[in-house]
Design a protein around this ligand. Sequence first.
Ligand code: SF4
Ligand code: MSK
Length: 672
Amino acid sequence: MTKKKDMRPEDFTIDTAAQKMIIRAEELGIGTAFTRASDMVPCNIGGAGMCCKLCGMGPCRLTKDGQTGVCGATIDTIQARNFIRAIAAGSAAHSDHGRDMAFTLKAVANDEAEGYVIRDVAKLRTVAAYYDIPIEDRSPKEIANDLADLYIAQFGQQKGEVALVKRAPSKRQKLWKETGVVPRGVDRETVEALHRTHIGDDQDYKHLMQHAVRTALADGWGGSLIATDISDILFGTPAPVLGQANLGVLREDMVNVVVHGHEPTLSQMVVAASQDPEIIEYAKSKGAKGVNLSGICCTANEILMRQGIPAAGNFLHQELSILTGAVEAMVVDVQCIMQALVMLAENFHTKIITTSPKVKIKGATHIEFDEHRALSVAKEILKAAIDNYENRGKTSIPHEREDLIPGFSHEYINYMLGGSYRASFRPLNDAVISGRIRGVAAIVGCNNPRSKQDYLHTYVTEKLLKEDVLVVETGCGAIASAKLGFLLGEAGLNKVGPGLKEVCETVGIPPVLHMGSCVDNTRILTVLTQIVEEGGLGDDIDQVPAVGLAPEWMSEKALSIGTYCVASGAYVIFGGASPISGMPDRVADSDEVLHYLSEGWEELYGGKMEFIQDPDEMIRLTLEHIDKKRAELGLPEYKPEGFGRSGDARMLELEAMPVFDRRAALYGVAAN
Ligand code: SF4
Ligand code: MSK
């Protein structure tokens, strides 16, 4: 990528609120990730996965045909090692989040966690039943204690199979056994990934990539799924609520506290504390009307989809929210937190408060979170923010904010399609079979300042909706759509194709379903599994007309998610350049691993991973894959002209007609 000196705000982002903050930063002479990315030319050798720095004989940069590292490592070995190390880091991040959730569940079950309760007993019983934990005549805490023990044991398990794998379609489980990729224990696979990539270990790229799959499966069907299950049990399984997104959710007259990161254990408690009369009174005593809480990144998704707490923005909004000058405290835990926040905050009164025992940032205030006294810690944090209100200087809060309806857990999707009387995925499967819904796309993942913020997410989403593709979203991608008004229920239906519109009108859903945070990509796996189990769309995930896309990805977690989705049978398209693309003009054999992720993995798992830069090509490949899967299932060819006349649409049309014309239209009676 070339250095871009003269970029305008609209080249950095399509979000007008973000553009205003980028202009403010420029006026104040402050750098942001947008300008730093513009100034920092990425290394094209490292970027292509062609550099190895695993030992002191290197770093070795392989830029010539047939060249090897000092140890003799070939380009394919180096690329595979770089790739699996990224997956190990991504899987570790998600899984460690799951581990913390499991410890919290254990503490709640034993009355050792101040302020927490088991909110969703039905989900607790459902999840416990997957593992034959007795549920009849037992209290929720007894069941929770057993479930916590079982989940904690998955991390340190050395042999056998991670228990959660049994929740995948049975055909898929069999395939994983045959290909030797069933994870044995969550931690074991990550440790082994690091061992295998030490100097002088595994040096067969296919063998390395097999373990990459096992490490990623330990995330998707292990640590992440544990995190999602326990979040729902403790804080409630999401169901649709009204929320808002973008920087306009910040308030001039209230103490603004932004929670940022990933783990809901703290943020949920901050939500509870912010509504405590003692805290509200304290804020009033300092001249504010109360505490206004909002979120950034996946913490935003966690509290948005459960309590409707507004999202101030996605990944690239973390600095921009501070630039408003209106944030008293940004409270962070783990993952996706830029170190730049602390230096940026020095220009304002904002306190950056780190809370995780795993994450400290030089210059930030550290108030350590402890689930045993969570409410007290949350109040302490809020009081520090309130005390800072009087230090607020000039503010500049953009007005932009959009309504949205998040909260489509797989449980709610099941319910919404048939009510409690006959909850089922049948209507969804039937809509796909008939062609009203051409297929399903999961559009997920981060922002990346190397790509215009939100542009690829929303461009791809908009085009696929027009093609009758139902879109489900998580993470920062979901917030991108929210900011642009795609998650607005029936109000967004003018943006979709005729068949999908009929389905959305009939069921009463938006065409883009917000399914949560990045660990909640497991909800998408569960939806795909339920589609398979419902029948009519094949007997494994790779047969479902569905595609996963991460158009603006940047994190190692995204690579882990993509890999477990491929191993689960999905076609996954990443935007931008591949981290192991090689540079074909310099090294002829440097794309072997890249091809293996596509054709090689497709042969083994029925899913494949590709990196595509052009959004129109992403859309073309998505539709081509969906239509191919439809044809393989023997489903009718997609023909949109047959749809679009649902009851609701017809009623609205009739209501708009003069009464005589309406009679004529309804009964064939001539107007007279
Ligand atoms: Fe170079 Fe081999 Fe050491 Fe890597 S492991 S830095 S290729 S000598
Ligand atoms: S927070 S991992 S930028 S989605 Fe989950 Fe967003 Fe990506 Fe972080």
